[in-house]
Design a protein around this ligand. Structure first.
Ligand code: HEM
Length: 502
């Protein structure tokens, strides 16, 4: 009997390729062994076989279709493994309140983790007073403070447009996302943080905007668990932006809004004046005030431009308001519009809300601090400490039982008999929540009134002064790379043109 040829086999196994394959197999076995098994009483578990990534690729391809399939298979509550996290999704809108009132669920813990990763804010992890004080000062985004903000915003929009757009009466062709990013960034930054007093203002704001957009594009990388040294220039852009917003540099900007002044006072109580982290807090606030408004504006204009019937009704509504308040379109920028007047533009508001319904893929996420039982009409579920729980409103936004033909943009969906429509039903019962682009409960967006009014103001300006046309015929789609985090960007930019009305 011949000898078994062991030597060549060993040689192959010990070659670099052999070792790499062995290491990969070992890693696969370890990952498969580390997979979770569903315990009795826990929600159905869908984890896929890809280590860390789990089901993320399937979800991002077609979030609504995928979640609907899972809903049919497993019901309204199930746990998905996504990006290294076990997230239990709640799809039934009648269950939302159970999440909101459960004190074993924490928003703070979840959001502090994000603030640390994305903005390098460390102190909130250990300082509850700072947390609470910063949270309390969001009241300066409402009431009288909001009136002041909106008045300043309209003036700033006036300056943005007078400087750039009233120079020519010819058609200007540009990309919609580029246009909205530039206008929203400049108008919002100037309204909230003020104006640069020295140097070339236009150049400074453009540089800041460009860095901000580069930073924003890296957001999901910063949020992931990818080691910092593999993130390319994400960290250096983040540092550059933070530096612009440190106490010393903020002092070079004039006309801070009340909310920024109060935040700076609070931050100076908890940090040394020169502490770099003060700038990190301001970057977090700047990001919140701009990042979702830009794509919301893009989608709203895009849908209006693609729906001439919407454009006609909105122009009519705005003209009517301006006539009834004695405002005439002169040669310069001269729009005065109060919050009450903006509020009375129900078709305009509906056109904005309808875009938010279609494009918001935010989830309301909580960290599970202790093991708990989540009751439901059909079955109670055990949830594990350390996992995440997510209310997922997009499935409600696209529910045909609540919104007829949910895939369609219907600009007047939120108007009934000339008034705001706020009553929607599911399973024959009136829904308490039917549109949640701004979150819910303690984490609900404090800037929501500013945001919707900002979009409305910009639309009033555009529809009052300009003729607008979409040029590209190719429809744009949602790019789901920010799935779970806010308004989705379009998958490509789209050309449009505008010209001052003759
Ligand atoms: C259309 C535009 C906007 C959308 C869709 C939006 C959406 C949201 C959502 C969903 C959250 C909650 C996040 C969570 O639960 O983790 C949030 C939080 C927040 N938003 Fe907005 N937002 C918008 C505009 C604004 C604006 C203009 C401001 C400020 C002027 C702002 C300030 C904030 C702040 C400070 C938070 C954090 C609140 C906290 O930590 O409790 N947002 N936003």
């Amino acid at each position: 009997m011949g000898r078994f040829p062991l030597e060549p086999l060993l040689q192959r196994l010990l070659s670099p390729w052999g070792l790499a394959i062995a290491a990969a197999l070992l890693l696969l076995v370890l990952c498969l062994r580390a997979r979770r098994t569903r315990r009795p009483g826990e929600p159905p578990l869908i984890q896929g076989w890809l280590p860390y990534i789990g089901m993320a690729l399937e979800v991002r391809k077609d979030p609504i279709g995928f979640m609907r399939t899972l809903q049919k298979q497993h019901g309204d509550t199930f746990t998905l493994f996504l990006g290294g996290k076990y997230i239990t999704f709640i799809l039934d809108p009648y269950q939302y309140h159970l999440v909101m009132k459960n004190h074993k669920l924490s928003f703070q813990q979840f959001s502090n983790d994000i603030l640390r990763k994305v903005f390098s804010i460390q102190k909130l992890m250990t300082n509850d007073h700072l947390n609470n004080e910063l949270h309390d000062c969001y009241q300066h985004l409402q009431g009288k403070s909001l009136d002041v903000l909106l008045e300043n915003l309209m003036q700033n929009l006036g300056q943005v447009f007078e400087a750039r757009l009233f120079k020519t009466t010819d058609w200007n062709t540009t990309h919609l996302l580029t246009f909205c990013s530039s206008v929203i960034f400049e108008a919002t930054f100037t309204t909230i943080f003020g104006k640069f007093v020295a140097g070339d203002r236009a150049k400074l704001i453009t540089e800041l905007k460009d860095d901000f957009l580069k930073f924003d594009a890296k957001l999901m990388h910063l949020l992931s668990d990818i080691p910092t040294h593999l993130l390319g220039n994400a960290k250096s852009i983040q540092k550059k932006l933070i530096k612009h917003l440190t106490s010393e540099n903020l002092a070079k900007i004039q006309g801070w809004s009340e909310v920024v002044q109060v935040r700076q006072d609070i931050l100076e109580k908890h940090y040394a004046f020169t502490d770099f982290e003060i700038g990190a807090h301001h970057l977090g606030f700047l990001w919140a005030s701009v990042a979702n408004t830009i794509p919301s504006m893009v989608w709203t204009i895009y849908y209006i431009l693609r729906h001439p019937e919407a454009m006609a009704v909105l122009r009519d509504e705005i003209d009517h308001l301006q006539e009834s308040t004695g405002q005439k379109r002169g040669s310069g920028f001269s729009i005065h519009i109060t919050r009450e007047q903006l509020d009375s533009l129900v078709y305009l508001e509906s056109a904005v809300l309808e875009a938010l319904r279609l494009c918001s893929f935010s989830s309301i996420i909580r960290f599970i601090e202790e093991e708990l039982t989540l009751p439901s009409e059909t079955q109670d579920y055990l949830l594990r400490k350390g996992d995440l729980l997510a209310i997922f409103p997009p499935i409600m936004h696209y529910d045909p039982e609540i919104f007829e033909a949910p895939e369609e943009y219907r600009f007047d969906r939120f108007v009934e008999n000339g008034k705001k429509k706020t009553i929607f039903f599911k399973r024959g019962k009136r829904l308490k929540y039917y549109l949640l682009p701004f979150g819910l409960g303690t984490s609900k967006c404090p800037g929501r009134f500013f945001a919707v009014n900002e979009i409305k103001q910009l639309l009033v300006v555009l529809l009052t002064y300009f003729d607008l046309e979409i040029i590209d015929d190719k429809p744009i789609q949602l790019d789901y790379s920010r799935f779970l985090f806010g308004i989705q960007y379009p998958d490509s930019d789209v050309l449009f043109r505008y010209k001052v009305k003759s």
